[in-house]
Design a protein around this ligand. Sequence first.
Ligand code: IPE
Ligand code: IPE
Ligand code: MG
Length: 252
Amino acid sequence: MSISSTQAIPATSATPEHVAIIMDGNGRWASQRFMPRTAGHAKGVQSVRRAVETCGRMGVKYLTLFAFSSENWRRPAEEVTLLMRLFVQALEREVNRLKEQGVRLHVVGDLSAFEPRLQGLIQEAQAQTEYNDKLHLTIAANYGGRWDVLQATRKMLKANPAFALDPSLIDESALSDQLCMSWAPEPDLFIRTGGEQRISNFLIWQLAYTELYFTPCYWPDFDESELVKAFDWYAQRERRFGRTSAQVHAKK
Ligand code: IPE
Ligand code: IPE
Ligand code: MG
């Protein structure tokens, strides 16, 4: 695991190294136009493409997108089916573009719930981009922060049976090393489009010291200028990680 914000003070810069986005508001974007919710999801794919390109250009190293939560199965079956179809299509159509752009694709979440064809496409797309490292694009699909902490706990105990006998042996990194994005730094900037101000079970462990940005803009309308606005806002934050402002200034 890279530097933990609670164990050490991470180096930060004006441009976020890791951006995590809850892409929300597709349904409302479509409803406003008297279109089916699914039209909003289809349009949202274009915003994904745009966000990847812009982040690549701005020097972001990790972009993590929440595409489907562990609670989204509660939606009407037709909507879930359409979302899965869009995911399949995007994997089939976009991998070449990702390869050209130097993007490495990761998909995280409980993938065992997906149909075998989708699981196969995910494996293939990850393998095809595994030598890229300009930008790590992570799609969180059937992902839940609580699921992640639970699966990490199980893995940790399996790897270290002694922990069950003496839990005082457990430290923060023993657990965080097993989280499904243990290879990435914690997000610097979190963005949620669509106006809601909640985490909705996204990266609950990793967001401990992330700057949280909320915008009413619906995801299908989230373009380069909206992303730049979020980055400008981020650049103005003073990230103290528990210290005083004077201490932060003394460090500069
Ligand atoms: C986000 O948009 C996409 C997914 C959750 C898959 P929504 O579908 O949640 O759109 P709203 O929030 O209903 O407008
Ligand atoms: C969060 O959006 C999940 C994704 C964007 C994939 P939701 O629309 O599901 O969140 P809630 O239900 O409004 O909290
Ligand atoms: Mg929503």
